[in-house]
Design a protein around this ligand. Structure first.
Ligand SMILES: Nc1ncnc2c1ncn2[C@@H]1O[C@H](COP(=O)(O)OP(=O)(O)OP(=O)(O)O)[C@@H](O)[C@H]1O
Ligand SMILES: [Mg+2]
Length: 368
């Protein structure tokens, strides 16, 4: 006789490499990390993204075991490694660390720094060190000492050292912040592909949304000690849960309106406000790159459309070229100032009248 199981999608996922459940940490009676739960699969990168002081580093330090949680559990490959009673010490957690204020051992050569946590024969260690230093473009510095390297080079040695023992979990706290842009992209991509090859689960802390979008398979948006939204970068960017989540990734424009018959009325026409009662004050939030500019209509303005609503007129207040795009501020006839970004060079004269529309599928309507 066979037994039948009801199976769900969750059963099909492998055991997460890292799982934290309901982590809490208080300082002076104040919750600094407040009920944070997270799963990271092998070879996946989760970015903890959030403003300064929101609890990112504290979360990472608890996973590393250098800070104790007040409640909650940490699991690696399904095995409990830490709760409030039981605790695997940091050095036995098979966790690699790469923090902003990394320190190399000054009296050891680059090779010995990278080999520091390695086991095996001399030849095996040397091979691993050479492999990693080549990957971070530092092979020629193998016998140098830290003081002979630039800051960025030292940072790459620290990365190689963290990755060398093939940790199951890699915790990175703003590890690329000291590098210049050009170097950073290369090191970031190289680090990621190394960690993915080794099937490490990575938790990367950053307060730069662009870095999180670039590096993360998932983004966990933190605020005030809590994860307020979590998902693939595309989903977090295109389906933000509130105004602050929109604003974290870009500049925003905001229109104020009041709901009437499930519609919010604005100078750009009506916006759907489903599920909100009459009289609710709402904010209609949209990013500068989503404003459509329809100029040159001899003062008439374009016809209203179902998708874009009604056009409203504004005058150019200020236009600036930013390199990849131009930023134009409009003083709208209805009083508000709106920001629009336009690819490439677009520098209309100050005072010039233009008609703007706001595509409905790019707007978010939130109660105030
Ligand atoms: N040892 C401590 N004692 C008291 N308060 C602390 C301690 N460590 C952190 N905090 C407080 O906890 C809060 C979160 O700190 P944390 O370092 O986790 O923030 P963060 O998100 O990493 O910020 P940043 O982006 O600035 O690095 C801060 O308000 C900080 O002052
Ligand atoms: Mg921090």
């Amino acid at each position: 006789m066979t037994t039948l199981h009801a199976s769900s999608a969750a059963d099909l996922l492998p055991e997460p490499r890292l799982e934290i459940r309901n982590l809490r940490r208080f300082f002076d009676g104040r919750p600094v990390v407040d009920d944070v739960s997270l799963k990271v699969q092998k070879g996946q990168v989760t970015c903890l993204l959030g403003p300064s002081g929101c609890g990112k580093s504290t979360t990472l330090r608890m996973i590393a075991g250098v800070e104790m949680q007040d409640s909650g559990q940490i699991y690696v490959d399904g095995k409990l490694i830490c709760d409030t009673v039981f605790r695997v010490p940091p050095e036995r957690r098979e966790i690699g660390l790469m923090f902003q204020d990394f320190a190399l051992f000054p009296h050891l050569s680059v090779a010995d720094n990278v080999a520091f946590g390695l086991k095996g024969s001399r030849a095996e260690k040397r091979a691993r060190v050479e492999e990693l230093l080549t990957r971070v473009s530092l092979a020629r510095h193998i016998d140098s000492f830290p003081h002979e390297l630039s800051g960025g080079e030292q940072q790459r040695v620290a990365l190689a050292r963290a990755i060398a023992p093939r940790p199951k979990i890699m915790l990175m706290d703003e590890p690329f912040s000291g590098l210049d842009n050009r170097l950073r992209d290369g090191i970031r991509d190289e680090t990621l592909s190394l960690l993915k090859e080794e099937e490490a689960a990575v938790v990367l802390v950053t307060h730069e949304p662009e870095e999180a979008m670039r590096m993360g398979d998932e983004i966990a948006l933190m605020r005030g000690g809590k994860i307020v939204q979590q998902g693939a970068p595309y989903n977090v960017y295109t389906r933000p849960i509130d105004k602050a989540a929109v604003a974290f990734f870009s500049d925003v424009n905001i229109l104020h309106a009041t709901v009437n018959g499930a519609l919010a009325q604005t100078p750009f026409g009506d916006f759907f406000a489903p599920g909100l009662e009459d009289g609710t004050e709402v904010e209609i939030v949209f990013r500068p790159q989503h404003i459509r500019i329809d100029f040159d209509r001899a003062g008439r303005g374009p016809e209203p459309t179902a998708k874009d609503g009604v056009a409203a007129r504004g005058r150019v207040k200020r236009a600036r070229f930013l390199g990849n795009e131009s930023l134009v501020e409009f003083q709208m006839d209805f009083g508000t100032v709106l920001k629009a970004t336009v690819p490439n060079v677009f520098l209309p004269a100050e005072g010039r009248a233009m008609w703007l529309t706001v595509p409905r599928n790019r707007c978010f309507v939130f109660p105030r």
